[in-house]
Design a protein around this ligand. Structure first.
Ligand SMILES: N[C@@H](CCC(=O)N[C@@H](CS)C(=O)NCC(=O)O)C(=O)O
Length: 221
């Protein structure tokens, strides 16, 4: 879908960033075209003064929509959902809506900040690599255990039924990272595992996958 004749959206992203991955799924679900601007987190480009003018937090994602600049994946996704309401990313049912916010929040504030590049580099440098792994595994295990309990009674093909909603945009990248970056076994989380399998069939999720991004290395395994 065209963005109603306006300037093309710009997304500052990094192929393996789970936070940028959430926004790529939203853009793709809404059928929005955008310019992909890579920010290489491993090279520290997020700390470049020019990038910090866009996001003073020095993190991806950031979205530029004409004169509007938004950083933080949740703010970007909510902005896109209000500006481009179809398909909606929040269900009308109040309880389901709250579950979507709760699942997103578990990932956004309960898991991802603990595995963010800056944090794990700090632990690795100040303590050691075993402690880093233990720290990340603990955060993911705690978060996934809570997500499994939250979603077991309301999941269908996806987190809160058969439709795709906000929770799915947060779950898919988090599970992808847990498996591919941190070698987490999904066996104790059957509901999350079922959702993850379903995401693989959805074109919007396929297009947003890390390995499909222009800045992904030739081999990502
Ligand atoms: N709450 C923010 C967190 C953003 C964030 O931590 N992004 C990570 C990538 S997933 C990042 O850019 N890390 C770079 C760094 O910490 O130096 C969001 O959801 O957008």
């Amino acid at each position: 879908m065209a963005n109603s004749g306006e300037e093309k959206l710009k997304l500052y992203s990094y192929w393996r960033s789970s936070c940028a991955h959430r926004v790529r799924i939203a853009l793709s679900l809404k059928g929005l075209e955008y310019e992909y601007i890579p920010v290489n987190l491993l090279k520290g480009e997020q700390s470049d003064p020019d990038f910090k003018k866009i996001n003073p937090m020095g993190t991806v994602p950031a979205l530029v929509d004409g004169g509007v600049v938004i950083s933080d994946s949740l703010a970007i996704i909510m902005y896109l959902d209000e500006k481009y309401p179809e398909p909606p990313l929040l269900p009308r049912d109040l309880h389901k809506r709250a579950v979507n916010f709760q699942a997103a929040s578990i990932v956004l504030s309960g898991i991802q900040p603990h595995q963010n590049l800056g944090v794990i580099k700090f632990i690795e440098e100040k303590i050691n690599s075993e402690e880093k792994t233990a720290w990340v595994t603990n955060a993911i295990t705690k978060g996934f255990t809570a997500l499994e309990k939250l979603l077991v009674s309301c999941a269908g093909k996806h987190a809160t039924g058969d439709e795709v909603y906000l929770a799915d945009l947060f779950l898919a990248p988090q599970i992808y990272g847990a498996i591919n970056r941190f070698q987490i076994n999904l066996e104790p989380y059957p509901t999350l595992a079922t959702c993850y399998e379903s995401y693989k069939d959805l074109p919007a999720f396929q297009n947003a996958a890390p390995e499909k991004q222009p800045d992904a290395p030739a081999s990502t395994s």
